[in-house]
Design a protein. Structure first.
Length: 279
């Protein structure tokens, strides 16, 4: 899939008062603008938005937002936070550059680039945005990497986060764990992922500690079964020694085994026999 080069930065799209095609910045009525449905950033920090609103109230909007012309409304490509802040600040119009988009996917691409360059996206928002480009417009990982200016492996690793159990994704979005923690869990069995996730949250494990924990190999099922059997036999041995008040040996073989009840005198043997008889 051959695409226009879009990874050059928003500065190339928004010169001081005109875009590269020579279109001047226009004053667009806020009521004629709507958010981008493909906006990858889903969470807007209320405190940061309040600070931006106060700045807009005092200084206005310094950098124009970027819009695409829809059928009935202008759609925001870049600058949704500024648009929201302008509305909260009581502005009726905002400065904007209206882009002519040549492909349906360009709207999504530009919104993704804008957020990446501002480092506004969380790991899950980024992963979902990449996946959306692939599912909606048939992009390959290489295509996404070319758009956002990252390596294919970086894109692939981000998308792989979506394969983690829901509990991990929720913990990542709630910032209970970091993206580094989540990456350590990729490829592990679900039961081990949940076990390690619990330890990360309860014990505040670092990413390095999580890596060590995740790299520990689980014992083979046969070995685990043998270990469980040994624990059972040790428990049974203890119960029998308590009951007979003497030393007990349990010896397992492939097709069975033996139980040895040890005694040190005829009197002790007599006592053991009476115990067996319930006398």
């Amino acid at each position: 899939m051959k695409k226009n080069s879009l990874g050059k930065g928003l500065e190339s799209l928004i010169p001081p008062r005109a875009d590269r095609s020579g279109k001047m910045v226009s004053e667009i009525d806020i009521s004629e603008i709507m958010p981008n449905p493909d906006q990858p950033r889903k969470v807007f920090d209320e405190e940061a938005l309040a600070e931006l609103t106060e700045s807009v109230r005092r200084n206005g909007i310094i950098q124009p937002i970027v819009l695409a012309k829809g059928e009935d409304f202008y759609i925001i490509i870049a600058g949704e936070r500024r648009w929201r802040a302008a509305g909260l600040a009581g502005l009726k119009k905002v400065p904007a550059v209206v882009r002519e988009l040549t492909r349906d996917s360009e709207q999504m691409e530009l919104a993704l680039i804008e957020n990446i360059q501002r480092e506004d996206l969380g790991a899950m928002e980024l992963a979902r945005a990449y996946k959306n480009l692939m599912d909606t417009h048939g992009y390959r990982q290489e295509d996404v990497a070319d758009v956002v200016g990252k390596s294919r492996s970086a894109v692939a690793n981000t998308i792989r986060l979506l394969g983690l159990p829901q509990r991990v994704l929720e913990a990542l979005e709630q910032k209970l764990i970091s993206e580094g923690h989540a990456r350590c869990l990729i490829g592990l069995p679900d039961h081990k992922i949940i076990e390690i996730l619990t330890k990360i949250i309860e014990n505040g494990l670092s990413v390095r500690e999580t890596e060590k924990l995740a790299s520990k190999k689980e014992k083979p099922e046969k070995e685990k079964k043998k270990e469980d059997e040994n624990i059972f036999l040790m428990s049974l041995k203890g119960e029998m020694e308590e009951f007979f008040k003497t030393k007990i040996e349990i010896k397992r073989r492939k097709d069975g085994g033996t139980i040895e009840i040890k005694y040190s005198s005829d009197d002790e043997l007599d006592r053991i026999i009476r115990t067996i008889r319930g006398e």
